[in-house]
Design a protein around this ligand. Structure first.
Ligand code: C5P
Length: 221
């Protein structure tokens, strides 16, 4: 049998949105569907990896052979990732993590008042992928960048600032790419190079990206 590129490699991904609670019935979130992360998890299993998928709330079936850990908030995603990261050789941050969360979560439903405006105070969430990349024993770490302009400039900035080994950037302003779409196109950057992965179905694209990640991982390990 053909040896697989990621045979026995432990790989963790984050996927989907996070939900930041305001009170027992309300939250702040975003339109991430989780499709790209789930497609990558499936592609990783097909390459022979042992896959742990840390997922925010999505309505997608777990790919066969994937260990799935469900979370809601960015804080929960951060602690579940950190709890299991030591065993991982590759980490791919695909989740659309909320940048901020409400400073306090009301224990009862917030009531409307007669005032026309309301202020919600927010605090910064931990940057999960940056914290993983800062670990002394860090896995090969891959991030995503959704940009609407100057894709290369912002992606290379994130690669350096967050200490990543690779970043996959998409121009979400283009038709058929990004949030909720079934197709996507990516430009992938690493410290010494870059390559374009052209518009394709998310499953096909996931296979191409995982193959590239596996090759770069093996170049450095
Ligand atoms: O800085 P920005 O949010 O654009 O970076 C996107 C990348 O960082 C994605 O890989 C995303 O999963 C990751 N991220 C994270 N934790 C955050 C914010 C972003 O892991 N709090």
């Amino acid at each position: 049998p053909k040896t697989q590129l990621l045979s026995g490699i432990r790989l963790m991904l984050t996927a989907g949105p996070t939900r930041e609670a305001l009170d027992p019935v309300r939250f702040i979130s975003n339109h991430s569907s989780g499709k790209m992360g789930f497609a990558l998890a499936q592609a990783a299993v097909e390459l022979g990896a042992e896959v742990t998928l840390v997922s925010g709330p999505v309505s997608l079936a777990t790919p066969a052979g994937v260990r799935r850990l469900d979370v809601e908030s960015a804080a929960q995603m951060h602690s579940v990732v950190m709890e299991h990261i030591d065993a991982q050789q590759i980490f791919i941050a695909c989740a659309a993590v909320a940048d901020y969360a409400p400073k306090t979560v009301a224990s009862h439903k917030i009531k409307k008042t007669t005032a026309d405006t309301m202020v919600i105070e927010l605090t910064r969430n931990p940057d999960i992928v940056a914290n993983v990349a800062a670990l002394p024993n860090k896995p090969f770490t891959v991030g995503f960048a959704a940009e609407t302009r100057d894709v290369e400039k912002y992606a290379r900035d994130k690669l350096g600032r967050k200490g990543l080994d690779m970043i996959a950037a998409n121009n979400v302003a283009k038709e058929g790419q990004g949030f909720n779409a079934d197709t996507n196109a990516l430009t992938v950057f690493w410290p010494t190079g870059q390559t374009d992965l052209p518009l394709a179905g998310k499953n096909e694209l996931a296979g191409h990206l995982l193959t590239l990640i596996a090759e770069k991982y093996h170049d450095t390990h």
